[in-house]
Design a binder for this molecule. Sequence first.
Ligand code: HEM
Length: 366
Amino acid sequence: MALKIPIPGRKKDQEAAAPSENGDLNGSSNGQNGHVEGPTRAERVQKAKELGIHHGKEAGMNATDWVEERVNGTGIYTAMLSRKVPKGTNWFYTLGSSVMFIFAMQAITGVVLAMYYTPSATQAYATIAHITNDVFLGEFVRGLHKWGASLMIILIFLHMARTFFFGAYKYPRELNWVIGVVLIVLTMVMGLTGYLLPFDQRSFWATIVANNITASGPIAGPFLADFLRAGPDFSATTLSRFYALHMLVVPGLIAGLIGAHLYLVVKLGTTAPPWVRAARPKGARPSELVPAGVPTLDATELVMNGSTNGHTNGSGNGAVPHPDEVIAIEEPPAEAAAEAAPEASSPVEPATDAPTENGDAGGEQS
Ligand code: HEM
């Protein structure tokens, strides 16, 4: 027999329910006919709303909400993928993400290859041949990893060229440029260390040549070559050293630096293309009337590249403005301006498309 549980507040259940000992189920019996007269559901919902009680949150929180409440994943998602970008942002801006995508692919295919590869001078070549000839999709995964390495180098150079020609290395993004330089060096170290791993004739002799070139470098060269060789001569330990660098050290460093690189991209925003000109905000004086670099002014009152909030790119990130980037200041009250310089208060044709020094689109965001 099914057990019927009365739901407090539901009219028919209330009517069917027997009165409790004191005849008062929820403290509002009329005490005459034993019927319980509680608030209706609509009244209770209304009451809960007034008290600010959200039943979904109080009672049945699902796993996604639980995690979200603790990590604020939506905030991270918004910062990374739904952030505002300057007007004129185009396909060239996808190069950095492409490099990241290839890096992720290299990591995944590398892990698969590592499951079958043995970094030993006697077995390395044989295990590579085994991956290529016997392992299911082995040749495909190896091909992805091999071609991915070349693609990553090409894309990273294109990405660097994009940031260079768009002037994205300038203030306040110099640090991101420096991190990028370290990333490009590490990516090439990945190429060098990975090249030896098949341990065939070509990779063996090419690595010896590369090592000799390294040794010919000034001051640090010989030490670096010794470190890579794991001694004065090329030996079996050289392979282990290259493998450890290729598998653990360098990818770890690259992953960490990509994190820092992206953090700065999100914090500072991206640079607008150089051909996009910053619009002059309403009320701002034409830039030619204002000398650049006025250090005495309050930074929050400066108009930075078309943005009035003290940001260099209007991305709402609170970057500290640089005096050299000042292009215009807020218009003073009309009377004050007239008193100070009557001739200067004459109407001037507004220069709505004054370009900025670094090509930032400022507050113009799409
Ligand atoms: C593993 C290598 C790299 C990855 C994964 C990477 C990733 C990214 C991503 C996703 C962005 C934002 C989108 C974009 O502008 O394309 C970016 C921006 C940037 N990257 Fe890289 N990058 C790498 C290497 C480099 C290198 C080698 C340089 C220069 C030497 C560099 C300098 C910059 C700069 C200056 C920005 C800011 C661009 C702007 O503000 O418009 N990055 N990077």
